[in-house]
Design a binder for this molecule. Structure first.
Ligand SMILES: [Zn+2]
Length: 160
């Protein structure tokens, strides 16, 4: 005679803590400091012309040191997005909300950020968006200095 099988494990508390220090490096430090002045500082590779935002120190394509930082306007195009519909522990925003990859005009890379001021089900790939900054006294060397991106409401065309 065999003993009955135990109930399957369905939950296992696993409290843990991770303390770490993020080292931005020389390239991304320039980008983060630019955010304090409401500037999106990009850098271009002098060898292959790829433009990075945020920029690392070296081109990931050809390992050439990137050129001097230059400011871009905070407009771009949604290249992909997801609608976060479910709550989870530590969540800052109430679902549903949209997180998108945004190709800032003038770059060949993408930033990930929130899309607000539009119903989640109306967001589309290819939509033009612009940065909405926090108030001047809240600016910090952090992507949180951009509160979110919103659809561009005027029809003026900036540089692409
Ligand atoms: Zn390159």
């Amino acid at each position: 005679m065999t003993a009955p099988l135990p109930e399957p494990v369905s939950l296992m508390p696993s409290p843990f803590q991770m303390n770490y220090t993020y080292v931005a490096g020389g390239g991304r430090s320039v980008f983060l400091r630019g955010l304090v002045g409401k500037k999106l500082l990009a850098r271009q590779c002098p060898s292959c012309s790829q433009t990075y935002l945020p920029p690392p120190e070296f081109c990931s394509r050809c390992l050439t040191r990137l050129g001097v930082p230059f400011a871009l306007e905070g407009r771009g195009t949604i290249s992909t997005f997801c609608i976060v519909s479910f709550p989870f522990p530590g969540q800052v925003y109430e679902p549903p909300y949209v997180v998108a990859h945004i190709n800032i005009r003038g770059t060949g890379t993408r930033l990930m950020h929130l899309i607000r001021e539009i119903p989640a089900n109306e967001v589309q790939i290819g939509m033009d968006v612009e940065a909405v900054w926090v108030s001047d006294d809240e600016l910090a060397p952090s992507l949180a200095s951009i509160r979110y991106f919103r659809p561009v409401t005027d029809s003026s065309e900036g540089p692409r």
